[in-house]
Structure formats: C-alpha cells, structure tokens
Design a protein around this ligand. Sequence first.
Ligand code: ZN
Length: 154
Amino acid sequence: MGEAAVLIYVRESPQHGRGVFATGLIAAGTALITFRGPLLRREQVDFQDYHLQVGDDLYLGPSGGADDFVNHSCAPNGGFADGLVLRALRDIAANEEITWDYSCAIDEADFPGFACACGAASCRGIVRSFRHLEPEVRERLRPWALPYLRDRYR
Ligand SMILES: [Zn+2]
C-alpha cells in the first residue's frame, strides 16, 4: 500500500457511499493515492461496479483498495497532475474528505451525466464528460485531467 496508506482512510461519506479521508494534515502537492485496477475495454466494464475511464476505449476496473472510493467534487482538493497519481491541490485538513473532479477522466460521447451532490459553491449540478464541459471549465480542469484528455478540444 505504500506511504499513502498512512495518509488516508475509508469511511462512510456524507456525500455518497464510502469516501476517502485524510488521516492528518496533508501538504499541497503530496501524492495521495495511485489509481490501480485491471485494464479493461469498454465492453468488459461492469458499469454497475466501480470503473475509471483512462482512455478512449480503456478503463480501470475496481482495485479493491481505497482508490475505488474517492468521491467526486466540483471543487476538489485532489487532481491528476501526473498520470494516475492523485495529488493534493492544496493543504488538506485532518478528516477532510479527499475528492477529485470526475470530469477530469470521463469522456464518453454518450455519457448521460449524473446529478452532483458535492455541495460546493461552484457545483456544476451535473457531472459531464470532459468534451461536454463549457470551454472555460475545460481550461480550468485541463491541468488536473488524465493525460489522454490534456491536449484535446483546444
Ligand atoms: Zn458538484
């Protein structure tokens, strides 16, 4: 599990199901967790189960670890600055929920979106595919998006 195991823990989230929380104060820039799991084609994905889109026709299935439980926020404290490593975008307080913006990974043409309950003042209301975001939102999220999305839709 490495160093991240002492930084984070999983418990019930007020937002959705289980979530991942900071064990203690975490400094901005710290690697929080590396997303893992079996690489799957879309036709192999169980969409009822945890999955993370990492390419046009490429997904990570569940790892069974804490990375399966990190919830979305429209004002996240985590982002994918390098590959599948989630890093703290700012200092994170003890027991604060760790989140990332799911639009930084999802880019299905037919993704219907889902209603967001993140509670952020800047909540977009519906979480959409990267390609369906307003251009200015896409520009803001681009530095924290997965590599396969960084240079698209300019
Ligand atoms: Zn939201």
